[in-house]
Design a protein around this ligand. Structure first.
Ligand SMILES: [Zn+2]
Length: 197
C-alpha cells in the first residue's frame, strides 16, 4: 500500500503559514536536521556527521537552511497551484532539477525500521548538498505518478496545510478530519440548528 502522506507535503507543512501560530518549524539548521531525521530522510550516523560539520562550518549550515526554505516555498506553490498553473509546475521542476543536479552521491536500497524498504541517497563530497534530495525526489514521484491533481490545500481558509487526497472518490477537503473537518462539521451543525430570528 502506498504511504498515506508524502514527504514533500510534510515538508511544506513545516512552514510558518501551516504552523500558525507557532511559526516556522525549521527555525534553525539543527531544527531542519532533526526534522529530516524524524522523517527518516537522513539516518542517525549521517546526521551525527553533518552536525559535527555544522559546528565547523556554521555559514554553510546557515546557507543550507536558507536553501531548504527556498525549496519549500517552491514546493508550496506546486502543492497549492501546480495543478492549475503550468508556470508554477515549470518553476517547481526547475527547482527540483537544481537540487538534483548539484549533488553527487550513491543511491541505495535499505531496510527501514518498520520492516519495509526505503530508497536512500548517500551524498559524496559536500555533506550539506544532499539533504534536500529525498524531499525533491518525493515531489518528483508525485509528478511522475500523475498524483498532483490529488494534492491540495485544506478547505479551511485559516488552515494552510497541504495534503494528498488518498480517498477513492477524490473529494477529501480537509487536511485532517479530527481538527479542520470537525470544525467545519460543527459550524454546519450550528447553522442548521440556529433559531431563526
Ligand atoms: Zn486544515
Amino acid at each position: 500500500m502506498p504511504p498515506r502522506t508524502r514527504l514533500w507535503l510534510d515538508f511544506v507543512n513545516t512552514d510558518a503559514a501551516a504552523q500558525l501560530p507557532g511559526g516556522d518549524l525549521l527555525r534553525d539548521f539543527e531544527a531542519l536536521l532533526t526534522w529530516l531525521q524524524q522523517e527518516q530522510a537522513v539516518d542517525e550516523e549521517r546526521a551525527a556527521g553533518i552536525r559535527r560539520r555544522a559546528v565547523l562550518q556554521p555559514a554553510a549550515a546557515a546557507a543550507t537552511l536558507v536553501d531548504a526554505r527556498r525549496v519549500r516555498a517552491a514546493l508550496r506553490a506546486l502543492a497549492e497551484r501546480g495543478e492549475s498553473s503550468e508556470r508554477v509546475r515549470d518553476d517547481a521542476v526547475v527547482e527540483i532539477n537544481r537540487v538534483l543536479g548539484r549533488s553527487a552521491g550513491t543511491r541505495r536500497l535499505d531496510p527501514d525500521p518498520a520492516g519495509g524498504y526505503a530508497r536512500s541517497f548517500v551524498p559524496t563530497g559536500d555533506a550539506f548538498a544532499g539533504l534536500m534530495i529525498p524531499i525533491v525526489e518525493s515531489a518528483a514521484d508525485t509528478l511522475i505518478s500523475d498524483e498532483l491533481p490529488r494534492v491540495r490545500r485544506c478547505a479551511d481558509p485559516r488552515c494552510h496545510r497541504v495534503f494528498l487526497d488518498g480517498t477513492k472518490n477524490g473529494l477529501r477537503r480537509w487536511c485532517d478530519m479530527g481538527t479542520c473537518g470537525n470544525r467545519a462539521k460543527a459550524a454546519r451543525h450550528r447553522a442548521r440548528t440556529a433559531v431563526p430570528q
